[in-house]
Design a protein around this ligand. Structure first.
Ligand code: ADP
Length: 599
């Protein structure tokens, strides 16, 4: 469209110019030719009149008789193919080729005759009164014998029809030539317009491609004129555009990456209250997908009245609002900040900081302290009771005093053990006990624990089976630590299995190939399903009444040690039927050895 318009804009003025020029030229040419033709005719008619005057002159000077002159006029008219009139000095018609001379009026006042009287010859063009068509009259004077009064006049007249026909033919020729020239000029004008418009069209094409996103589109400058300069400027503009777009894209990518990797949830809500942006952290916190959230209202996306109120407050007051929000249904505890946006984008920026882990830690610490106080209270109370009893009544009875002191010692030992275990657990948890990993055969890890507890097994009359397939290779562990784990599990199995029960320790390779699984199974009292998930927590005891003497820390220590080795620990049990505790250990294959070497 554009190129067509520009072509027309160039071509149409050209055409108008050509038309005007040709029009003026044609009119001028036809005028000039007509004037020329008339002049030529005048001259030739005058010449003819002079020729006739040569013959008729002597007759007129002798006082010429119409009987002689009229036939003369007719003869000459035949020769010249024109009307011939012979007129006396006073204007009387003495002979005429076309009309009977006797009936004709005097011709003294005819303009051509008057002019010939004055200057020797005269021409006039007018409509003939007798013949009623346009004629040219040319008259010459025949001088008289005594000088001043003329003897008469000879006049030749010709109808202009013939001349006009010739002129029309000529005019047609001129017109045809003009039309042909105009047509050729039109074609040329179109060609020139096309040539001028072509670079513009090419530029338009490239601009269109750029607009469609092809920023590599360039044009070769073909000339040094304005179009060439325009092309070069255009290319430079394209280059700058591309650079700017690249910078912009890089910045966007960087921003997107920050948003993507940001731990805090971030949302942008527009003025209409619709979510315009949300990062993956926000999507995770609010349990929505990006597609679901974008374009929906903030309230629909967050589905939490406190957050919605916070947002509304921010919108109403136009200032930053912050609050900690407990999203109980989603087990989340977040700090929310809503800030009004006042830049290009109007609306609100919402930041959701997940405080759940911190909150959980706080809870764990509080639980720990209350558990610890609780655990300390019982032995301390019984110690206090023992001391009071000794002071009040047993000082005189050495035997009883001895018994009470034994009981007090037992309580102190239990307290000491608990404090030691706690200390150990804390040190493992804080990573203060470095693991000395080295490849060790499994029996070297399991045997010490079994040996240590063998007497207890025997005392309770339990059957203990240990099965380690010989084909299983060494594991990469801190052997005394894993021994401790096995010891803890075996100790529990002994504690929670009635006399005559059975305990089995066995090892199997894990499906993946990099780990082995160690199982410690008993057919003792088992663990109620409700307690099972919690037995690895600190101070957790499934059945407080029955679990005498334990601290509730053994499994917590075992879990930490196994996890420090990169393994997992879990329990399966059914109340009354026994329990199986299992954990995994890494095999000392090439990969682990390499890891160790690096460490
Ligand atoms: P404790 O010192 O009380 O044994 P643990 O952390 O070792 O502390 O064990 C936590 C609780 O798990 C125990 O009090 C007990 O209720 C339960 N438990 C652990 N092992 C067994 C088992 N083999 N059979 C039944 N219950 C067990």
């Amino acid at each position: 469209m554009v190129s067509h318009n520009i072509r027309l804009r160039i071509a149409v003025p050209y055409m108008i110019l050509i038309l005007a020029a040709m029009g003026i030229l044609s009119i001028y040419l036809s005028r000039v030719t007509r004037a020329n033709a008339v002049q030529e005719l005048e001259e030739s008619l005058l010449k003819q009149a002079r020729a006739v005057a040569e013959v008729a002159g002597p007759l007129l000077q002798e006082g010429g008789e119409p009987e002689e002159l009229d036939p003369l006029a007719r003869r000459w008219a035949e020769l010249l193919q024109a009307r011939v009139t012979i007129i006396a000095g006073d204007g009387t018609v003495l002979g005429d080729s076309d009309e009977p001379y006797a009936t004709m009026e005097g011709h003294a006042l005819r303009p051509e005759v008057q002019r010939a009287r004055l200057s020797g010859s005269g021409v006039s063009i007018r409509t003939s009164e007798t013949l009623q068509n346009e004629m040219m009259y040319a008259a010459v004077r025949v001088p008289g014998s005594q000088g001043d009064t003329p003897a008469g006049f000879v006049r030749i007249a010709l109808a202009l029809d013939l001349v006009e026909a010739r002129l029309v033919r000529l005019r047609n020729l001129i017109l045809k030539a003009a039309v042909a020239t105009t047509l050729v000029a039109f074609v040329l004008a179109l060609l020139i317009a096309e040539r001028t418009a072509r670079p513009v069209r090419r530029l338009t094409d490239v601009a269109r491609r750029m607009a469609a996103g092809d920023l590599e589109a360039r044009l070769l400058p073909r000339s040094n004129d304005e179009i060439g300069t325009l092309t070069r400027t255009f290319n430079e503009m394209g280059e700058q555009l591309r650079e700017q777009m690249t910078t912009l894209a890089e910045e966007r990518a960087r921003l997107a990456m920050v948003l993507e990797l940001m731990a805090d949830g971030l949302l942008i809500v527009d003025e209409a209250g619709q979510v315009r942006l949300l990062n993956p952290a926000a999507a995770r916190l609010l349990e929505v997908t990006r597609e679901e959230a974008l374009g929906r209202s903030f309230a629909e996306v967050v589905r939490h009245h406190e957050l919605i109120e916070l947002y509304q407050r921010c919108v109403e007051r136009g200032q930053e609002e912050a609050a900690t929000v407990d999203m109980a249904q989603r087990n989340l505890f977040v700090r929310a900040m809503v800030t009004p946006l006042r830049g290009v984008e109007r609306g609100c920026l919402v930041i959701l900081q997940n405080l759940t882990p911190i909150r959980r830690l706080q809870t764990v610490r509080q639980d720990f302290i209350s558990n610890l106080s609780h655990e300390l209270r019982t032995p301390l109370a019984s110690l206090k009771a023992l001391v009071e009893t000794i002071r009040d009544s047993a000082l005189d009875d050495p035997e009883a005093a001895h018994r009470f002191l034994d009981r007090a010692e037992f309580e102190v030992d239990a307290l000491t053990q608990m404090v030691q275990e706690l200390l150990e657990l804390t040190r493992i948890e804080s990573g203060k006990i470095p693991l000395r990993l080295s490849p060790a055969p499994l029996h070297e890890v399991i045997a010490p624990a079994v040996e240590r507890l063998e007497s207890q097994v025997e005392r309770k009359g339990l059957a203990l089976g240990v099965a380690i397939p010989p084909e299983i290779g060494p594991v990469l562990v801190d052997a005394p630590r894993i021994s401790q784990v096995v010891g803890n599990l075996l100790h529990n199995a002994i504690k929670f299995t009635p006399e005559g029960g059975r305990i089995d320790i066995w090892v199997e390779p894990e499906a993946g190939g990099d780990y082995v699984i160690v199982h410690v199974q008993d057919n003792g009292v088992g663990i109620p399903a409700l307690d099972l998930p919690r037995v690895f927590e600190r101070f957790y005891k499934a059945d407080r009444a029955r679990s005498s003497g334990g601290t509730g820390l053994g499994l917590a220590i075992a879990r930490h040690l196994v996890q420090a080795h990169g393994g997992r620990i879990w329990a399966q049990s059914r109340a009354g039927e026994g329990s199986t505790f299992s954990f995994t250990l890494p095999l000392a294959n090439g990969e682990h050895e390499a890891q160790e070497a690096r460490a």
